[in-house]
Design a binder for this molecule. Sequence first.
Ligand code: AHR
Length: 515
Amino acid sequence: MRKVEALIDRDFAVGETDRRLFGAFVEHLGRCVYGGIYEPTHPTADAHGFRGDVLALVRELKPSIMRYPGGNFVSGYNWEDGVGPREGRPRRLDLAWLSTETNEFGTNEFVDWCRAADIEPMLAVNLGTRGSDAARNLLEYCNHPGGTAWSDLRRQHGWEKPHGIKFWCLGNEMDGLWQMERKTAEEYGRIAVETAKMMKWVDPTIELAACGSTSRTMPTYGAWENTVLEHSFDFIDFISLHTYLNNYAGDTAAFLASPDLMDAFIEEVVAMADAVAARRRSRKRLMLTFDEWNVWYRTRRRGKDRVKPGWPVAPHILEEVYTMVDALAFGGACISLLNHADRVKSACLAQLVNAIAPIMTQTGGSAWRQTIFYPFADMSNLGRGRVLQSRVDCPTYAATYYDPRGSEDLTFPIPAAPYLKLSVVHDTAGGHLTIFALNRHLTESMPLDLVARGFRELALDRATQLRHDELGATNTLERPDNVKPAPLGNVTVAGERIQMQFAPASWNVVRLQAR
Ligand code: AHR
């Protein structure tokens, strides 16, 4: 490929990354909780039953905030089932994943796990089968210091101090037919605003996210946001977005271009939120929470293991085994999030362990990193700071991305995807400049010449690449380190100019010391 040129300037920033941009998600789904983060009989389990090997990998991955307890699960969840003495907790049918929920693990255990992992908890309330009353009671149970029935119940359960949970989601994917008690935009807008109002009366320090469309492909996309925000704008802080990238079509080039549709999605939702603000002559700017994003398709709608018969406890479902190429598309999604750091102030990789997850475990056995673990860990560990605007001069390619909706086959043209997808982050506190670069060309290596205007004394700190001769390569129990980063050679730094060479189909991270 001809030389690719990029330019950044120390003074021109997109915005500062929020620490919540690097979040993930724990749902009562398959083996995410049971056999994932929680397995009391596991040899590495602590006194709480938290798996120590999983905690160690979570600390490496470094998610900043964790969404819980769902997802689809939350729309049928009675939070009261999951608190109090374990022996009294009911077993229930979970209609989201057609399994049996034992309720052995609930809100207090989740908060303890977050504290052990040094992660901020994010809770979703059930606006499906429940509503504002259950939501305000849960908030009172969690955050009120004491002297009321719900807060004293928490203290009686052993948690004397309030949990102080700041970030709350008002339901989940309420526009979706698969959701328990799906709502129209009008119905959801009403319940969201009434719940928001009551929750903020209980604790005015909380921040609230309303459900946007489940995806950009929903038939009600746009109209949903408009109606929901007309109702709730004054009482909420965030609007949510969800995206699962797929390669159903087996078109690798289109799959790698698909994160560019996340860019469009983000920019469209910003426009919708700002249009509602403009109609109110309001200077308030709603922020975006991309509270579900990942690659997911093998075990999705047409996958055989989406549900298992017989209402099992913690079944092996949605255990997507990620390939090298999945990690590349995933890296592209990381770059899309970073490059919108001005408005995307929270995001959650869905999910954390076993179910569509960067970490896999064997129940009773070992835990390992999937391919997608690495781009996330790179972004989370090295992507905090000021995201700089980048200008890229690079050849592009045209692709058509296939994203089915129900039985409909939807296609989305991507007329000009640059082979290089790039984000550059300046960590002013640590004095680093970090380049995240995805070479989407499947057969050609890419020489990149990047000028970092205003950075006069750059020095190479570290450079890694993630690639594999086989795009379908995976990490498994037998070969947990088959795909992993290796040092990237051929990086030269001279004054403000950095020259690099990226292998075909590779994810690259170059970190420089920047005084
Ligand atoms: O993350 C898996 C599921 O995907 C979530 O439960 C739901 O919100 C989405 O449809």
